[in-house]
Design a protein around this ligand. Structure first.
Ligand code: HGY
Ligand code: MN
Ligand code: MN
Length: 408
C-alpha cells in the first residue's frame, strides 16, 4: 500500500459518511451502534491491509500489532491511536483523526525503510466520550485497570440497556501493563495553536474534570390549576443551578456546563415532578474544581429550600489532573521540531481542558504524550469541528517522525 497525502485523504473520505446525520452534518458514533460497528470493521480492514495482527478485548478496545522482523519482542511496545466513538452530534475529527493518522504513519515508516527495534501497536479505545454509559474513557480505564468491571457493568444507557447485558463476554482484563509508552494524536479542541500560528502542538497536561448528576425532586401537578405559590417545581431549582454554575465558573476563571437534562414527565401542560441534569466541570487545579462544584451544590440546595424541592448530587466519572511525562514530551517536541537549531520548528507545549485516553494511561504509570493538530475555529464536540487537510498531513508526518524515534 502506498501512503502519504493521497492515502490519508482517501481514508478520510471513507470515514466521512459513517454515522453522519444528514440533518446536522454531525456524527452519531455511539459505542456498539451500527455506525461504530462499521468503524470497527474499517479498523479491522486497515489492519488486515497492512498485515497487522488484530486483537480485541472483551470490552471492544481494538489493537493492531506491527511486529517487524528487526523488533525485539521482549521490549515494551510503543502504542499509538485514539478512539472512534463520538459525542452526540459531534465532529469528524475528535478521535478518528488519531486512528487514521496512526495507520498512515505506519505506512510512512515502512516507506522510509525505518527499522523498528520494538513492537508498535495502534489502538482504538472504546467509549472514550462516555456518551452512552456516562463514564469518560471507559475502555482505556478498564484496559489500564483504573476501573473495575464489577463497578461499571450495571451502568445503563439512555434506553435502559445495561452494559453487562450488552457485553456478556465478561470483564476486560487490564492489558496495558506491558506497554512502554503511548502517543495520541488529536485535533486541538481550542484555538491555542491558531494563536501560536503553529500547525502542531504537544500536550503538557490535562485539567482535572468530572461529571456530577443533579437529581432534583419536586411534585408533578397541573400547569393551569396549580397556584404558583402551591408548586414544588424542580425546573426552577434546575434553572437557578445552571445560572449558578455559569456564574461560579466565570468568577473563578474555570469551566462549568449543564449540557444534558432529563425532565419527567416532560409534558407541556404539567409542572415537572423530576429534573435530572448533568454538570460537567473542569478547573486548573483539584482544589479549584472541588470548591467550584461545592459552591454550585450549595446554591442548588439553597434554591431547593425556596422551591420545596430536594437535591441529590452524585459524582460520576471524575478525573484527576494529569501532567504528561516531561522527558517524553521533550523528546516528542525534539523529534517533531527537528534537532538542527537552524531549521527546527517551534512546537508549542499546551495544557488542555479536554479529557483523553492518554491521560488515563499516564495516570496508570505509562509514559504518555499527545500531539495536537490545529483547529482554525477551535470548535469541537459539534458538527463544525475541523482541521485543514494540510494540517492533518502535517500531523501524520509529525506522528511518523516521533514514532520513528521512539521505535529505536
Ligand atoms: O469530554 C472530553 O473532554 C473529551 O473530549 N473526551
Ligand atoms: Mn471528545
Ligand atoms: Mn477525543
Amino acid at each position: 500500500m502506498s501512503s502519504g497525502g493521497p492515502d490519508f485523504e482517501r481514508m478520510w473520505a471513507e470515514l466521512a459518511p459513517v454515522g453522519r446525520s444528514a440533518r446536522s452534518g454531525g456524527y452519531f458514533r455511539q459505542p456498539w451502534t451500527a455506525a461504530e460497528t462499521e468503524l470497527r470493521g474499517w479498523f479491522a480492514e486497515q489492519a488486515r491491509d497492512r498485515g497487522l495482527v488484530l486483537d480485541e478485548d472483551p470490552f471492544g478496545n481494538l489493537v493492531a500489532w506491527w511486529r517487524p522482523a528487526d523488533a525485539d519482542p521482549a521490549r515494551p511496545a510503543v502504542l499509538t491511536g485514539s478512539h472512534l466513538d463520538s459525542v452526540l452530534d459531534g465532529g469528524a475529527y475528535d478521535g478518528p483523526l488519531g486512528v487514521a493518522s496512526a495507520f498512515c504513519a505506519v505506512d510512512l515508516l515502512r516507506e522510509r525503510g525505518i527499522r523498528a527495534r520494538r513492537p508498535l501497536a495502534i489502538a482504538a479505545f472504546a467509549e472514550e466520550e462516555g456518551s452512552r454509559f456516562g463514564r469518560a474513557c471507559l475502555g482505556s480505564r478498564l484496559a489500564a485497570g483504573a476501573a473495575a468491571w464489577t463497578d461499571v457493568r450495571d451502568l445503563t444507557d439512555r434506553d435502559g440497556v445495561r452494559l453487562g447485558d450488552l457485553l456478556p463476554g465478561g470483564p476486560a482484563e487490564p492489558w496495558l501493563a506491558g506497554i512502554g509508552c503511548y502517543l495520541e494524536l488529536h485535533v486541538e479542541q481550542g484555538r491555542a495553536l491558531v494563536d501560536h500560528d503553529a500547525p502542531i502542538g504537544v500536550a503538557a497536561g490535562i485539567w482535572p474534570h468530572g461529571r456530577w448528576r443533579f437529581d432534583l425532586q419536586g411534585r408533578a401537578d397541573h400547569a393551569g390549576t396549580t397556584r404558583m405559590e402551591d408548586r414544588a417545581d424542580p425546573m426552577l431549582t434546575y434553572a437557578m443551578t445552571a445560572l449558578a454554575a455559569n456564574k461560579q465558573a466565570r468568577l473563578a476563571g474555570q469551566r462549568a456546563t449543564f449540557g444534558r437534562v432529563e425532565v419527567a414527565p416532560n409534558g407541556t401542560n404539567a409542572v415537572p415532578g423530576r429534573v435530572r441534569a448533568w454538570l460537567d466541570a473542569r478547573a486548573d487545579s483539584a482544589d479549584e474544581l472541588a470548591a467550584m462544584v461545592a459552591a454550585i451544590e450549595t446554591q442548588a440546595r439553597a434554591r431547593a429550600d425556596r422551591d420545596g424541592t430536594r437535591v441529590e448530587v452524585t459524582a460520576e466519572s471524575v478525573s484527576d489532573a494529569v501532567a504528561f511525562d516531561e522527558p517524553l514530551a521533550r523528546r516528542v517536541v525534539g523529534l517533531v521540531a527537528g534537532e538542527d537549531p537552524g531549521t527546527a520548528r517551534r512546537i508549542p507545549v499546551l495544557p488542555t481542558q479536554a479529557g483523553h485516553d492518554a491521560g488515563i494511561l499516564q495516570a496508570a504509570g505509562i509514559p504518555s504524550a499527545m500531539l495536537f493538530v490545529r483547529n482554525p475555529t477551535g470548535v469541537s464536540h459539534a458538527p463544525e469541528e475541523f482541521a485543514p487537510m494540510a494540517d492533518c498531513l502535517a500531523g501524520v508526518e509529525a506522528l511518523a517522525d516521533t514514532l520513528a524515534g521512539l521505535l529505536q
